[in-house]
Ligand binder design. Sequence first.
Ligand code: MSP
Length: 644
Amino acid sequence: MSGKFYVTTPIYYVNDRPHIGHAYTTTLADVLASFHRSMGDDTYFLTGTDEHGQKVENAAAKHGISPQQHADETVVRFKELWQQLGITNDDFIRTTEDRHKDVVKEILQDLYDRGEIYKKDYTGWYCVGDERFFTEKDLVDGKCPECGREVTALKESNYFFRMSKYQEWLIDYIQTHPDFIQPAFRANETLGFLKQPLADLCISRPKSRLSWGIELPFDSDYVCYVWFDALINYISAVGYRRDDAAFARRWPASCQLIGKDILTTHSVYWPTMLKAMNVEMPKTIFAHGWWLTGNTKMSKSLGNVVNPMEMIGIVGVDAFRYFLMAEMTLGNDASFTREALMRRYNSDLANDLGNLLSRVVKLTLRAGGIIPAPGEPTGNEEEFNAAVESAVKGMRNCLEEMKLDQGIAAVLSAVRAGNRYVEQCAPWALAKNNDIAHLNTVLYTVAANLRKLAVLLAPVMPGKMAELQKALGSGDELLTIGDLLSGNCPDPAGRTVQEVAPLFPRIQEEEAPAAPAPKAEKKEKAKAAAPAPEAVELVTIDQFCKVKLKTARVVAAEKLEGADKLLKLKIDIGEAEPRPLVAGVAKYYTPEEIMGKTIVVVSNLQPATIRGAESRGMLLAAKFGKELRLVTVDGDVPAGADIG
Ligand code: MSP
């Protein structure tokens, strides 16, 4: 192991569906963790959900269920999205878990016993949306300075954390630790904030106003303020007060990723809390910018929130991850448009990267299928080799400086140099002229360099880059960045290339379903448009054949607890064991009605966890108006028969 790396994401509120902002931070953390793993570092990656507080209580009330039930249902959406995005987190913490709540209580008790927390009467202005008190002078035009909404005057007794006493220490710490808050302009923003006297932090909420939280261990009339509870997840998950060895192994975190909107809580509350607890500071808190839809802030009310699942459906998971990483310069805002996504896909991935692979595979197959040892230099190698070398050497710096987009751009520029090299050398002509010495050099150079570039991109596109390495004959042993940096790469010469389908088949603009348009625009369009024939997206026979349909007999059926639309089934599709399958048919079929039916299922769908239940497959049904009927087969057909 060369070092250690502990990366965290903010924990997400379970009051809503995950969107591109959540997908971005988690993918970024995943990419960073994968890079560090690939470099041989002792890596740990934590994400999770923030399940207490007013927002969650309100959302649950809206749905008429308990906050815990609401959290249990919503957390599944996050877990499913992480599965879809290929996220490799080592732990997922929920703040309603005992392992977290118990540690928060101990911390509160300890701080209270040591006089770091005290009780006082307080009059302030409270913003329900932000769950924060403000003083009169904080308000902007009498409204919340954060969100502009109305505030309510409240007088109550509360518990306060003596944050103010750490103000001078914090200023000094930020000034003497330039890596602590990144990018540097966010450190300056925090220092600007700290020019005003820092108030003590109200860390309690009377149960009469909010009951959904961790009860204060020293006063059962109060629960803990959600941010004080939430921030502690970063240490409760890795053994603080429970397992000293585990904690020492992980903490201090190497990189705590946050969005720019939660800077103050992380750059002021969190460090002062840690200081009061006598816990070391994280090495870096990094605030990234926001994804905008075009140039507009994403918001539910505008109806322009980008749904990551939809984008994965258009370009696939790896290309979507690539887009997120390549398109955002860390620290700045970035603009999401469907055009930009398609441009990145078709140009970087289909034209450049995919093309270089298919060229080398086809040419090598024509020459016998084995990557040859290099022959005579053609004289064109220099630019390509230098571009690859620079991408390999530059990646570590780009990571350390959080310039991922630049690291990726260097790889793509090497890929383009590779395509130019192929054009300059014209290996098809070398083959025709039987110039084997030069042909071998070209095939070897492209295969060896492309393999290195695939290793560099593997943390961003793990699936596709593994396919690429395998196409170049790597078998199951995939190279790591550690191998590249130490020069410990087995020679690709002598390996057999594999014929592969295009890694990134070009997507014609018309093929891609439209990205969400703002609501107002949607209405306008609907008004203006004459009734159009239904748009049908055509698939090729190859695409259709990828879907494996089978007959299945329902051998067990029950309602899925906490989900009134879902049934939990067991289906026999001719395998050794019946498979679990969750189906949204509870409104149309009772468990008794569906039992014993022979239905049709997609048998090769990626497994998913739906509301906590495993599901492997999807049944087919016809929907018309408010009705739904299962697709069944004619006559007595055994379970597991192929349909096609
Ligand atoms: N629960 C708190 C965090 C507690 S951490 C101890 C929270 N949750 S959140 O679900 O509202 O937001 C989580 C993250 O999503 C924040 O970092 C926020 O910046 C990020 N994003 C929300 N919208 C975003 C974009 N449009 N673009 C990028 N990230 C954005 O805050």
